[in-house]
Design a protein around this ligand. Structure first.
Ligand code: ZEM
Length: 310
């Protein structure tokens, strides 16, 4: 069924099918929901200090589309926020991870790797105000799940319960732990093995994360999107990886690759290892051939990532 959402990309913008928007409309405005309970769950939640996750989900979905933002959607940068909050985890000493939402504090907020993510955090502020019992740590992760779903990706079951750190005392340990795009396969393995991931999980996570969104010269220094459908979750990253000829981009910026045919798509040096490292390549091929497996494994790996240390 995923193929339906991945209408063959023609332009550079969101590829949402009519079916998809109809479903979204139905989910949001279905009268069945409101007639079923005389007292709304939101009200009960307010009364007992808990959170009505379906109301939060709807509020997040409502702020997703924005014609003034990249490709018309906040989805990709919200996924990146949850990834950077979670990807600091170290399995050996159990430090880091999404619990605590420590990216609100220095020095993590000022870590170069997190450039631009203050905008994503600010975008969620109104939702935090409306649902004060929900922790930032839960909100960031839930926002990424809603973003993935809104972009035609899998539904990921949300488990709440993360809490917020009171100050930045735990923020320092999280700095410098995210992968450096300029490096090679050894570095990628070091970073992801530290979190407890396998080669297969590395490939599916990077391939899903970089199916969407783009690089910005004013954030990472790199430039451009990986696919022509940057607001659709699909295995399109792997299609581009194998179907384009990748050449080094000639420019003043950091070393990156571009598709020879149009020069409009990009790959980071760390993306190229999914093509050149024999073990990573094996999984890239597998996910290119089987989109259903890609979606299933991406959902499981992303859930694992966002629950590390929780
Ligand atoms: Zn990314 N990523 N990433 N990534 N990423 C960028 C953008 C996005 C790496 C990386 O250095 C970069 C994962 C893994 C890795 C997303 C999701 C996920 C950018 C561009 C860089 C440089 C930032 C910018 O300029 O705005 C490296 C080296 C990775 C591993 C080796 C994983 C895993 C992800 C999620 C599952 C997303 C969604 C974006 C796009 C953000 C946006 O604003 O559009």
């Amino acid at each position: 069924m995923w193929r339906r959402f991945v209408a063959k990309p023609a332009g550079c913008f969101s590829q949402r099918s009519l079916m998809h928007s109809t479903q979204r409309y139905y989910r949001r405005f279905s009268p069945r929901q409101s007639l079923a309970t005389p007292v709304s769950l939101g009200f009960l939640g307010w009364l007992f200090g808990s959170t009505d996750y379906s109301a939060v989900r709807k509020d997040i979905a409502d702020i997703m589309d924005d014609y003034d933002w990249d490709d018309g959607s906040w989805g990709p940068v919200l996924v990146r926020l949850a990834w950077h909050a979670s990807g600091t985890y170290c399995a050996a000493d159990k430090t880091g991870g999404s619990n605590g939402a420590t990216m609100r504090f220095k020095p993590e907020s000022a870590d170069d790797a997190n450039a631009g993510l203050s905008l994503a955090r600010a975008r969620l502020e109104a939702i935090k105000e409306k649902h004060p019992n929900l922790s930032y740590a839960d909100l960031w992760v839930l926002a990424s799940y809603v973003a993935i779903e809104e972009m035609g990706g899998p539904e990921i079951e949300f488990k709440g319960g993360r809490s917020d750190a009171k100050d930045g005392s735990d923020a320092k340990v999280r700095c410098g732990r995210l992968p450096d795009a300029a490096q090679g396969a050894d570095h990628v393995r070091d970073v992801f093995y530290r979190m407890g991931f396998s080669d297969q999980e590395i490939v599916v996570l990077v391939g899903g994360g970089h199916a969407i969104g783009r690089c910005h010269t004013d954030r990472s220094g790199f430039d451009g999107p990986w696919t022509r459908a940057p607001t659709t979750i699909s295995n399109e990253y792997f299609n581009r990886l194998f179907e384009e000829e990748w050449v080094e981009k000639k420019w003043k910026g950091p070393r990156q690759f571009e598709d020879k045919a149009t020069g409009k798509l990009m790959m980071l040096p760390t993306d190229m290892v999914n093509l050149t490292d024999p073990e990573f390549r094996k999984y890239s091929q597998m996910y290119q051939k089987d989109e259903g497996k890609f979606i299933e494994d991406f959902a499981a790996a992303f859930k694992k990532l966002t629950e590390l240390g929780c």
